[in-house]
Design a protein around this ligand. Structure first.
Ligand SMILES: *[C@@H]1O[C@H](CO)[C@@H](O)[C@H](O)[C@H]1NC(C)=O
Length: 326
C-alpha cells in the first residue's frame, strides 16, 4: 500500500516535471513541501490557473465589446491596475451600469477570462443573481448568513476569488449591507484578508439617465465617442442615489466609497448590433452573411420611436434570433 502510494507520487512528480517547466515546480516543493506540490498540481488556486493576462483583456475589450469606449477604458485601467498591485488596500469593487444588452455580463465574463484559466467555469468565480438566488424576503436572514459564509469560505480557500452579483438593483438592501464589510479597507476580518478579491455588481440602475445623455449628444450632432466619463459619472451617482428602488441607494456603498469604479454602458446603436451579429455568426461557425445579419437587425426594435437610434434589447438574445435568419 505504502509502496503504491510512493510509486504514484513518483509518477505524479515525473509527469508534472514533463508537463510543466521544472523551475516553478521545484520552488513549490522546496517552498511548501508536499502540500504545496499537491495544491500546485490539483487544487489550483495558484499561478497555474490564476494568472492575469492584461494583453488578452485589452484585445478582447477592443475586438468583442462594441460601442463602449468609456467602459473599455475604465475596465482596462481598473483591472490591470488592481491585478498588477502586489499590495492592494482593499478588494476591487466595480459597479457596472446600463441598459439591457449593452455588455455588462459580457464584460464580467471577459474579466474572469483574463484572470482565471477557466474563466467563468473556474471554481473561484461565483455568480449570484438576485431573482434566482435571493428572491424570498422571508429567507433574508438565511440568505445573509449563507452569503457571508460563502464569501468567507471561498476567500479563505483562495484569496483571488471573484464574486459577480447580477441584478444588483433587485437585491434586498439588507443583503447588500451584509456584504459591505468584505468590500472595505480592512487588513483582515477574523483573520481573513479580502484584499485580493474582486467584486462586480451589475445593474440597470441609472440606465435611463445614460440613455438621456447619449441621446442629447446625438441630437446635438456630436459624436458618441466625445462622451466623457465625467459627463456620465455625476448623472450616474445622482440617479443611483435618487432611485429608491435601485438597492444601492439604501446602503452606504457609495457613501463610504466602497465602490472603486462606476462603469457606464451606453445604449447600443444599429451599427453596434450589426457588429454583435457578425461576431455571433462567426461564433456559430458560419461564413460571413451580411444579408442575414442586416435582416435580423432591421427587424429589431429601436427607440425613441421617432428617431429609432438605440436598440431596445441591445445585443441581448442575438444568438438565438440569428438562427431564424439563416
Ligand atoms: C463557495 O461559494 C459557493 C457558492 O458560489 C458555495 O456553494 C460554497 O459552499 C462556498 N464554499 C465555501 C468553502 O464556503
Amino acid at each position: 500500500m505504502k509502496r503504491t502510494a510512493r510509486t504514484l507520487l513518483h509518477y505524479i512528480i515525473i509527469t508534472s516535471v514533463l508537463v510543466h517547466s521544472l523551475e516553478p515546480l521545484t520552488s513549490f516543493v522546496v517552498g511548501s513541501g508536499l502540500a504545496g506540490l499537491y495544491s500546485y498540481l490539483f487544487n489550483s488556486c495558484s499561478e497555474k490557473n490564476i494568472k492575469f493576462n492584461g494583453t488578452g483583456l485589452e484585445e478582447a475589450l477592443q475586438q468583442k465589446l462594441f460601442g463602449q469606449h468609456i467602459a473599455t477604458h475604465v475596465i482596462r485601467k481598473a483591472v490591470t491596475g488592481f491585478m498588477n498591485n502586489e499590495n492592494p488596500k482593499k478588494p476591487l469593487v466595480l459597479s457596472l451600469h446600463g441598459w439591457t444588452g449593452t455588455g455588462k455580463n459580457y464584460v464580467s465574463q471577459l474579466i474572469a477570462e483574463s484572470v482565471y484559466r477557466e474563466g467563468m467555469k473556474s471554481e473561484f468565480v461565483h455568480l449570484f443573481t438576485a431573482t434566482a438566488h435571493f428572491s424570498h424576503v422571508d429567507y433574508l436572514n438565511e440568505y445573509k448568513r449563507n452569503l457571508q459564509q460563502w464569501i468567507k469560505g471561498n476567500v479563505t480557500r483562495c484569496s483571488r476569488s471573484m464574486f459577480i452579483f447580477d441584478e444588483m438593483d433587485k437585491m434586498h438592501p439588507g443583503l447588500i449591507d451584509s456584504i459591505k464589510p468584505f468590500l472595505d479597507f480592512y487588513d483582515n476580518l477574523d483573520g481573513v484578508s479580502y484584499r485580493n478579491a474582486i467584486f462586480v455588481f451589475l445593474s440597470n440602475a441609472g440606465g435611463e439617465k445614460l440613455v438621456e445623455v447619449a441621446l442629447n449628444f446625438w441630437r446635438e450632432g456630436k459624436e458618441r465617442e466625445e462622451i466623457k466619463l465625467k459627463d456620465l459619472e455625476e448623472v450616474l451617482s445622482l440617479s443611483v442615489f435618487n432611485n429608491k428602488n435601485s438597492g444601492l441607494w439604501h446602503t452606504s456603498l457609495i457613501d463610504k466609497n466602497l465602490v472603486d469604479f462606476f462603469v457606464p454602458f451606453l445604449p447600443l446603436e444599429y451599427k453596434h448590433v450589426l457588429q454583435c451579429g457578425r461576431v455571433e455568426l462567426a461564433n456559430k461557425g458560419h461564413e460571413p452573411n451580411e444579408i442575414a445579419v442586416e435582416a435580423m437587425v432591421r427587424e429589431m426594435s429601436f427607440f425613441p420611436q421617432e428617431e429609432r437610434i438605440f436598440s431596445s434589447k441591445g445585443c441581448k438574445g442575438i444568438a438565438s434570433r440569428l438562427d431564424y435568419y439563416l
